[in-house]
Design a protein. Sequence first.
Length: 241
Amino acid sequence: MNFPRIFAAEEAPVRLRCLSRLSAAEIEALVRSAEACQHIAGGRDIWAEGHPITAPQIVLSGWAYRTRIFHDGRRQILGFLLPGDIIGMCRQSLPLAQTTITAISPLQIFAAPPAAPGSSLAEAYAISDALDDTFNLRHITRLGRMTAYERLADWLLEIRHRLEFLGMVSGTSFPLPITQEMLADTLGLTSVHVNRTLQTMRRDGLLELRGGKATLHDRERLVGIVDWHPPIVTAAETRAG
């Protein structure tokens, strides 16, 4: 499987710099923290549901997912964590993990440096949190009101958009190191239904999945199918766009 590339410590601020104009000191703090990153093997839990969160972490490289597992073994994947995403940025004291978080690929995470109130880094953290809320709300809408075809199209467009921030989209292709079973557990479908939907998209000339990579042959058509648009979470983005 074609896993995403490993980021170096100096690339740690990539996503956060897209969200706010970080100062040189803030960038340096992120890089210093990333130099002491923790390595987690693919398939291992970062933490389990209900366990205390000791400190927020930032993903430096690799992919992980949030999941809820039922007593009979069924699971719902609630979302994916990509490089630059923040894990466990909680406002309350003594927070507990609300979901289990598991590494898909070999993962590097590092402690999120503290941010002074009103600083650019604090703003980047806040916007990252707002984007998480937006993606969660979109996922609820996806599961509640979209067909299987639409769910898959909408989710693929969202992942592609997030990877664009990181310079990980090459032409029409981007890394997608997940299995059909993971897709099924993400989209609330059976693996058989996911397989049929993927075959239909392939026949329609829209999508190809091969070797841990997705290729969207007609992105604009997919955008039209689900009325997809990039998330906007601040008024400044509206004015700039």
